[in-house]
Design a protein around this ligand. Sequence first.
Ligand code: NI
Length: 259
Amino acid sequence: MNKDNINLIDTHSHIDMIQNISIEDVITNAQKNGVNKIILPCAYPADIDKIADIVQKFENVYAYLGVHPSEARDWNDSLLEKIENIILSNKKIVGIGEIGLDYYWDKSFNDIQKDVFIKQIKLANKLQMPVNIHDRDAHKDTFDILQENNDGSTVIMHCFSGSVEFARECSKAGYYIALGGVVTFKNAIKMKEVAKDIPLECLLLETDAPYLTPVPHRGQENQPAYVRFVAEEIASLRGMSLPELAQATTENAERIFKF
Ligand code: NI
């Protein structure tokens, strides 16, 4: 039990990629800081089996399965069946992710990214599971594809990086918006505005560990325990207490993932 009894959930954390500490220590540190559940996203097709194993081993770790847009050229359609079969036999997989569009690193295969994105949205719809969305420099296409293709899956905009206007568009569409360490950066004016503006019932917390480490640990490797700093910053921006913010965001996550 943590010292002040808060209950947080890190809804997107690559704990399998943290190098400086073991997964056991990652989980212990998280619990000491009130972070009681962690959701591990899948990026690479080659990691699907490993991630399915990790969630069986650690009680408070859950996962999304999917292929990241940057890896879309490694997609093949047999992955649909593979992911579906694992999900049907593994109750700790709580969504499809991370899926979406990334035009930041490489724009040369946008069409493949879109195709792989749509196929995975359809899989989530078939399995009635949430989608955890990666959108980098692709807000319009990501939103349009979701609006056109998604039939009933809860949408979570992971590591939201858009404007206040885009956040409003997303929340109006019923999407959840997950914020991470960037909101603690001094120069992240736009993200602080988003954190203040979005309806509380749309808000989720995440770290995207080992990346995007929040202040005051910026520059070090990120870990789920640090979602607490994200929560503290957003609570202070919104004029709420940390326990209030923790409770509201945790209830949102529990409503989506039913855990
Ligand atoms: Ni990620």
